[in-house]
Design a protein around this ligand. Sequence first.
Ligand SMILES: Nc1ncnc2c1ncn2[C@@H]1O[C@H](COP(=O)(O)OP(=O)(O)OP(=O)(O)O)[C@@H](O)[C@H]1O
Ligand SMILES: [Mg+2]
Length: 151
Amino acid sequence: MPCSDDSRAFALRCRADVVEVQRFVRACASRLGFSTVAAWEVATAASEAATNILKHSHGGTITICADDASRSLGFVAEDCGPGIDNLERAMHDGFSEGLQLGREHSSYGRRGLGAGLAAMQRLMHTFSIESTATGTTVTAKKFSTPPATGR
Ligand SMILES: Nc1ncnc2c1ncn2[C@@H]1O[C@H](COP(=O)(O)OP(=O)(O)OP(=O)(O)O)[C@@H](O)[C@H]1O
Ligand SMILES: [Mg+2]
């Protein structure tokens, strides 16, 4: 993913690091002319990718990439955690921690709503995820002006 000088890598160790990521994404989005809604969408997707690393891995990094030429903003979130067993299932809304959540799960415990990965894909223009037993990499990008070709 092409990155300008405005891009930055963040180590993810605790919740405060995620707040820093969100702050940086919003600043980049404003500089690139993103609408308030589009800026929120990228900040939410980046925050979710970073939170997944804290929650499901043992820390990792997220690199925010702001590209002036294409007026796009994106991220590469990487960890060396246990990976995702079944990527196809994990991408479905309502799948969390190895369980398909239903109405019977009134208390999720340490589980979330299982909507993070699917939401990330919906919020961004491009999205890809690679996961093996030695780690997960999520790459996503959004353009300030939506691409005509439906990229
Ligand atoms: N970086 C990661 N490393 C290992 N497993 C992951 C990672 N990201 C996601 N997963 C697995 O994929 C599942 C689905 O992730 P998703 O973000 O959609 O839901 P969640 O994190 O469980 O809940 P929510 O995001 O709604 O709070 C997770 O429950 C987890 O099992
Ligand atoms: Mg999540």
